[in-house]
Design a binder for this molecule. Sequence first.
Ligand code: E4P
Length: 224
Amino acid sequence: MELMLDTANLKDIAKGITTYPVTGVTTNPSIIKAEGAVDFFDHLKKIRGIIGRERSLHVQVVSQQCDTIILEAEKIRSILGEETFIKIPVTEEGLKAIKILSKQGVNITATAVYTTLQGILAMLSGARYLAVYYNRMLNLDIDAARVIKELSSLLWANAGNCQVLAASFKNISEITTAYANGASCCTVPLELLTTGLQMPSITKAVDDFHANWQLIYGDKTILD
Ligand code: E4P
């Protein structure tokens, strides 16, 4: 299983990789926009510098036509490294590009996946990850958990080199449900992880343990 950060915020990424078992960072044009008018490649180079080569970086193309998607993928890889995962939306033009690029050994994250059909087509076209848009699916009354379950079992049965990368999360329950339904990877905003660990009940439990220790031993610590 894997956990990725769905952000281009440098501070969040630095904190996230220090604190959590993060294996990669995913971005898209909207995520980049949230950082303001940053220099696109300069900013992504900074992210690469923070996460190192041992974590994956997923960068989305902007073009909607196969030939220019391929050119964008080539430019992204030439500047950010050949190991970079190229995020390509699963449209007809996107699938054409995924087929061509995956045959050339390019790492592809198929994105904007709302349906099992899209996921199957992207998997068969050679994608390494399927970015399934959990919260956006719920907003459309699409059963996101069912789609993830179906895709995960198909990927498992076919034993290929492709994983469900559940994405588009707005609350903690969506993340845990995605994992529980077979997603081998979730990409999440740092804020949701922080929220999950700052529950008052967790804080109270830890404070109670500390208070009880002090009742017995005062200021003496385990290290004294
Ligand atoms: C990640 O791969 C997706 O692009 C991202 O999670 C989409 O999130 P959103 O639905 O909040 O835009």
